[in-house]
Write a protein that binds this ligand. Structure first.
Ligand code: ADP
Ligand code: MG
Length: 322
């Protein structure tokens, strides 16, 4: 099968989105943005051996390739609309292509995202997806809006994806049933798009937790010129991680929860006066949202243990060049 037949068979689909004037098949896609909206762009690359293990189920990889980008849209408060996919594939593997596109399009359809273009080449497996979203003009949520005394929140639970990775890499052991749940968090993260959209005009700053809470929250603090104090006791975690924190594996548990990557939850800040409103939003979108601490005028991130004592050393967040 040649390159163009491959694109036609696996990536080109009928697009019902009226905003898409021209989709896959020309030198460029043409979209008509919604009047009164800003466009929000983001791109994320997934490299075999670095972001996913060789041999990972292609269906979950298709899901994750789009999910990590939808998560960036969620962090911006944007509604994801269109995607472009650049892929390097080592060979023509029909089973892999069928699985990958199944996972990708299932998630795309759930969020009303149209694949409008891309590029396909032979090479070490590498998937790079560009996402385009929309927000009402001027309403994108940035990292730079956190102010002293704002509350700090996180969605969902943290640390399970990193824990699953430790198990897959052989550096941690947990019960099979716990591992199955944690592995789903690693391989098929659920982007918090509905939550992000509802946080427009509510959150003062937001980021998605892709590299670990402490490192990602620090990006908000740097951009906003503030500090924060958060409490280990309040950070939402699975029963499995909770048990680790109380036992011999405490340090590994803390590392997963605070410094592990791949959670794709939202970390955001908001004024204290909006606590009720945020609780109502969390109920509406059916995503748990937990207040984990506050923004301080003094720069720096303080993480307090269960007795209120600051941790002397914060787990390192993921850094490709660190
Ligand atoms: P060009 O030669 O102009 O770069 P290509 O031959 O790379 O175009 O691609 C042909 C068409 O197929 C283009 O519309 C491109 O956007 C689309 N396309 C290529 N690869 C993919 C892919 N993996 N997913 C979606 N669309 C793709
Ligand atoms: Mg061209």
């Amino acid at each position: 099968m040649n390159e163009f037949a491959l694109i036609d068979r696996y990536f080109r689909r009928a697009v019902s989105d009226k905003a898409v004037r021209l989709s896959i098949g020309d030198d460029g896609a043409v979209i008509a943005p919604s009047p009164g909206c800003d466009l929000v762009f983001s791109v994320d690359m997934l490299v075999e051996g670095r972001h996913f293990l060789a041999g990972v189920d292609p269906v979950t990889l298709g899901h994750k390739t789009l999910a990590v980008n939808l998560s960036d849209m969620a962090a911006m408060g944007a509604t994801p609309r269109w995607a472009l996919l650049a892929g390097a594939l080592p060979d023509f593997d029909e089973v892999w292509l069928r699985g990958f596109t199944q996972g990708l399009f299932a998630l795309a359809d759930r969020f009303g995202v149209a694949l409008i273009g891309g590029d396909t080449t032979r090479g070490p497996r590498n998937l790079c997806l560009t996402i385009i979203g929309e927000v009402p003009a001027g309403t994108a949520i940035k990292r730079s809006g956190a102010r002293p005394d704002d509350d700090v929140y996180v969605s969902g639970v943290l640390g399970d994806a990193a824990l699953a990775l430790s198990v897959l890499q052989g550096s941690a052991r947990i019960a099979d049933a716990e591992f199955a749940k944690a592995r789903a968090r690693l391989e098929t993260p659920e982007p918090r798009v509905a939550l992000g959209e509802r946080l427009r005009g509510v959150a003062t700053a937001a980021i998605d937790v892709s590299d670990g809470l402490t490192g990602d929250l620090q990006h908000i603090l740097d951009a906003s010129g503030v500090g924060a104090s958060i409490d280990v006791a309040r950070i939402p975690r699975s029963p499995c991680l909770d048990a680790m924190l109380g036992g011999a594996a405490r340090d590994a548990g803390l590392a997963s929860m605070l410094g592990g990557g791949d959670d794709y939850e939202l970390c955001f800040t908001a004024t204290v006066s909006l606590r009720e409103a945020i609780a109502a939003i969390a109920r509406d979108v059916d995503v748990p949202v937990t207040r984990v601490g506050s923004i301080t005028a003094v720069p720096g991130l303080v993480v307090r243990d269960e007795r209120g004592v600051p941790l002397p050393l914060l787990p390192r967040s993921f850094d490709h060049f660190g």
